[in-house]
Design a protein around this ligand. Sequence first.
Ligand SMILES: Cc1ncc(COP(=O)(O)O)c(C=O)c1O
Length: 383
Amino acid sequence: MAVRGLTPKGSDPSLSVSDCRGRFPIFDSRVYVNSCSQGALSDAVRASYEQYLADWDEYGAPWEYWVDRQEAARASFASLVNAGPDEIAVTTSLSAGVSALASGLRFTRRSKVVLTDWEFPTIGQIWHAQEARGARVVHGGTLEELDRLIDDDTLLVSVTHVSYRSGAMTDVPRIVEFAHERGALVLLDAFQSIGSLPVDVKELGVDFLGAGVLKYLLGSAGLGFFYCRRDLVERVWPTQTGWFADENIFAMDHTDYSPAHTAARFQSGTPPVPAIYAGIAGIELMQEIGIAATRAHVNLLNEYFVAGLDELGATLATPLDRHGALMCVRSTDSKALVAALDGDGIVTSERDGNLRVSAHCYNTVEDADAVLAGLQKHRQLLA
Ligand SMILES: Cc1ncc(COP(=O)(O)O)c(C=O)c1O
């Protein structure tokens, strides 16, 4: 199959998408196309964990430095989404940030929460849990349905940027328009987009955003972040909280609750220090490689992959006119297909009857060819 130029213009010549692969040892033994589940381990992230252990060993309890690292993570997240550090909470998961938000909303004059049908389970679960506090939760799949559901009773619209089970990208600006013209707020789950394409909270117009570092930001489990638009921070009073959400964490005052005047009020207990070391290293590596360059590179790889799928007669579950890095392929038995490919040394994942193939900065045309050859070999499992 003919391969068009796969070196995108504008990539950083010091460490581009075409030469970053050597930083990820897994490619010595596997074809790894599963970044929608977990980014590949880099030498930089491995070294950051070793540094954490060395610091712990050498200094014992360097908590001032570790709190400082939390501030460095906050600054990294802020620069990543074009927010101010005061608009960012450093959390232990996306769920933790969204739950802190949910716990601080009052479902009184406006009580409706509108979700898309494409949300990750945690989002649905968090908002449905608020039904005990008076929330009315409704779901819609299409833009037309969402337009109909979002009304003057709507407090919040909760949308995913890229669906974890179809790869479809939501038309966020359009939904923000529906929501804001009716006085509702918008929360974006950016876990399946962050690190794979530029995400700018100002451009998207969202009020809140949650994500984590373990996929396209190349970090590990245990670290997430939550963005809250500056002028909304003090309008939310989280009741799911902890001492790292306090206006002064070192005041050690157990006699009152005075949440931070910044988005740190959405934090909770002791920060996930080891994951912070790794998260900072992962984000720095992604920024060095280039997130926009990665998006361009992966778009080309995906075009190539889709052309190959077409030749195989496979059915794509991902809409071609709006998608993220993730491509989903229909299967008659997606678990069996993941296992069969794994036996061939190809790491993928599955959800909702779809095989999930997600390329990132480190993947190549050879990886796409290997997946296509695997699908050809196991074509009886394609729907
Ligand atoms: C789109 C999306 N949202 C949320 C999550 C879960 O986030 P967390 O476990 O950090 O709460 C995932 C994890 O796979 C995801 O893909």
